[in-house]
Write a protein that binds this ligand. Structure first.
Ligand SMILES: O=C1O[C@H](COP(=O)(O)O)[C@@H](O)[C@H](O)[C@H]1O
Length: 262
């Protein structure tokens, strides 16, 4: 099976999906730290991403992670003032980050709209791209680190990170990070990794739980184009994993799930 072929795991409900994904992430991070001394994870916003972080916070196995040797990056951010409750980083802090001993130098939040770039989301995006490029080593395949795991929530319209169907961001082939203007989901201004940055990750995990994600999962996994269905273009270098609950998997084409017998 090619690394580009998505693998699917379907859980009974969203709570079990969040707990199983948290357990899976802990194992991945612990293994990476054991073999290379450090690990890097790209976080997502949204309900499913925050559900995973909350499950991780309440897992006894969280203490197996060396939090001080974990780099955290973001796949996208809602371009709002620092501390705004709708910022993805604010929600991640509440769900998990404030309760684990992270090294603040390794927590790479995207800039806020009242930060050094003011309301200029494009300048904020360029500065995040520079930070990623500085962190990328010669062994990396792009101007971003080879993230161990990159998490993506899947929106009901098939968006991932802040790459929305048909908007310029999803068409970007050169830059690693771009500003988003006129997002159909509020707030309208955002900053996002692009598909080339996402595809530099070793593993990409797409999270989809709930009935409102069923159509998006079915479209993205049925051969749709990435411009129309950005989730279809998200893949990892070594693995692309869709983690779903039964409701989100309910409209998948026959033969995709459960896996067809050989
Ligand atoms: O706005 C966003 O939405 C998506 C999906 O969120 P969900 O609540 O429908 O699961 C999320 O992945 C993205 O990071 C976020 O900025």
């Amino acid at each position: 099976m090619s690394a580009h072929t998505p693998q699917l795991v379907v859980h009974r409900d969203k709570e079990l999906m969040a707990e199983a994904a948290a357990a899976r992430l802990i194992t991945k991070v612990v293994d990476a730290q054991a073999s290379r001394g450090h690990a890097s994870v790209v976080l997502t916003g949204g309900r499913n991403g925050n559900g995973l972080l909350a499950a991780l916070a309440s897992s006894p196995a969280r203490d197996a992670v060396d939090w001080g040797r974990l780099d955290l990056w973001w796949g996208d951010e809602r371009f709002l003032p620092e501390g705004d409750p709708d910022r993805n980083v604010t929600q991640a802090r509440q769900a998990l980050l404030d309760s684990v001993p992270l090294d603040p130098e390794r927590v790479h939040a995207m800039p806020a709209s009242d930060g050094p770039y003011g309301a200029d989301a494009d300048a904020a995006a360029a500065s995040y791209a520079e930070a990623l490029a500085r962190a990328a080593g010669p062994e990396n395949h792009a101007a971003v680190p080879t993230f161990d795991v990159l998490l993506l929530g899947v929106g009901p319209d098939t968006h991932v990170a802040s790459l929305f169907p048909e908007l310029p961001g999803v068409r970007e082939t050169e830059r690693m990070v771009v500003g988003v203007h006129g997002s159909p989901k509020p707030p309208p201004t955002r900053v996002t990794l692009t598909l080339p940055a996402i595809r530099a990750a070793r593993e990409v995990w797409l999270l989809a739980a709930g009935e409102d994600k069923a159509r998006a999962a079915a479209i993205a996994l049925s051969g749709a184009g990435e411009i129309q269905a950005p989730a279809a273009g998200a893949r990892g270098r070594a693995r692309t994993l869709w983690l779903l609950d039964a409701a989100a998997a309910s409209r998948l084409p026959r033969g995709l799930y459960p896996p067809a017998s050989p």
